[in-house]
Design a protein around this ligand. Sequence first.
Ligand SMILES: [Zn+2]
Length: 239
Amino acid sequence: MTDDAAAAPTCLARPLPGPGDDRAGGCAAARGVDGRPLHAAALKFFWGPMDCGKSTMALQMNHNHARQGRRGLVTTRIDRSLGPQVTTRIGLAHEAVEVTDDLDLRDLVRDAWAEGVRVDYLICDEASFYNLEHVEQMAELVDKFDVDVYAFGLATDFRSCLFPAAQRLFELADEVARIQVEVLCWCGREGLLNARVVRGEVVREGAQVVIGDTVDTADVRYQVLCRRHYRSGDLGPRA
Ligand SMILES: [Zn+2]
């Protein structure tokens, strides 16, 4: 829910699909005089390494759309704060819907519509931790329900392999963009890969998702490295 969802006008620009309504184009977009949709929804995936400002950009995008009168929902999974919100390392926070294995993003939108809450877009933070089904649901929200979906996440895990959901987003998204806020390796080169560090050593085997942080004191932490130093396992002079 957005902060001002309760005050959102209930005037709806499009018919409300009921639960189970899967008519093709079940929520038809308004059309211009030439018959083309006035607004074509899109699935966009913004990716980058840890610390590159993905969550900050997600919340900025939510703010920009809300300011233009659009209404959206923010979702996340395994946020650093371990609560139902998106938090950023520069101190911004926004309440968010926690994405669980059982959550169907289409139901999330349908339920909001059923309550008279408009949903023009979804902001899906930490999308690389979602299931493959969630990515398919994102595509369906765009194609059948004309809801924009903006997903933000890591591309690769600590082994430098694509997360399954990130791979599917690369395959399905209308637009894929690398976030341009650079995070630097200790050597000054552009950071690209997320190294998992356990007791001061780069590890390359283990569970795909282990909660850690990027502060030096944690047992498990992550450090963004350039490819050269990721491959050599060199954490730099401060490690
Ligand atoms: Zn480096």
